[in-house]
Design a protein around this ligand. Structure first.
Ligand code: PGA
Length: 250
């Protein structure tokens, strides 16, 4: 049985004050969630506050990006050891916003996957096609290429130590969600592809859906057999919505 995971991706939002209010809200109703795992991925500058508020709770936390380097002259970057130092369990890697705005290649993302594992972090490895790619009917080719980069660099066993997040780029922050059938089809393709190399890894791997998942549509998406949770952007900034999604995951 794969334990469902609902992870919030706060992106570059919030303030110390709003983080406190949001986490107070989440902690208030955390007892309503029994089986799903919960996590929030915060802007790195808030991780100290997040750690102070969530320590000894059952909510995990993580970063939104990681450097491939261990330390040194890399202005503005965050090393995996630093995230681990702040108690992070997770780190998002390869988010489409980083692939697009920071020109992160499949190869770099694969190196980040390895860097995360080296620091004991669980990568939330994001993949997904653009609208143009979907319209050209190359969705499967695109996600296969993105996955192969990690498998070639890290091996399929290490891939299995992470979490995959299928996030169609056209659904991120747009309010347009993949239908449960569209999402299930992509998730099933991903699992089947990995099963060709290692059936056990494929069976145990958690594949999250991301892209305008919200309190209204979460239950239908999460009911699909190959959808094991969600990576939640906008809706993770409101505690009530986030907790509704967490409850839908069980
Ligand atoms: P969204 O973002 O839920 O706001 O669409 C999801 C993500 O980018 O991870």
């Amino acid at each position: 049985m794969r334990q469902p995971l609902i992870a919030g991706n706060w992106k570059m939002n919030g303030s110390r004050e709003s983080v406190k209010v949001l986490l107070d809200g989440i902690k208030h109703s955390v007892h309503d969630v029994s089986t799903a795992q919960m996590a929030v991925c915060a802007p790195h500058i808030f991780l100290g506050d997040v750690q102070a508020q969530l320590e000894n709770s059952k909510i995990a936390w993580g970063g939104q990006d990681i450097s491939v380097h261990e330390s040194g002259a890399y202005t503005g970057e965050t090393a995996g050891s630093m995230l681990a130092d702040y108690g992070c369990e997770f780190v998002i890697i390869g988010h489409s916003e980083r692939r697009t705005y920071h020109a992160e290649s499949d190869q770099l993302v694969a190196e980040k996957f390895a860097a995360a594992r080296q620091s004991g972090l669980t990568p939330i490895f994001c993949i997904g096609e653009t609208l143009q790619e979907r319209e050209k009917h190359i969705t499967e080719q695109v996600v296969a290429r993105q996955i192969d980069a990690v498998i070639n660099h890290c091996g399929v066993k290490m891939l299995g130590e992470g979490v995959v997040a299928y996030e169609p780029v056209w659904a991120i922050g747009t309010g347009v969600t993949a239908t449960p059938d569209q999402a299930q089809e992509a998730h099933n393709f991903i699992r089947t592809k990995i099963a060709e190399l290692d059936a056990k890894v494929a069976d145990e791997l958690r594949i999250l859906y991301g892209g305008s998942m919200n309190a209204k549509n979460a239950a239908d998406l999460l009911a699909q057999p190959d959808i094991d949770g969600g990576l939640i952007g906008g809706a993770s900034l409101k505690s009530a919505d986030f907790m509704t999604i967490c409850q839908a995951a069980q």
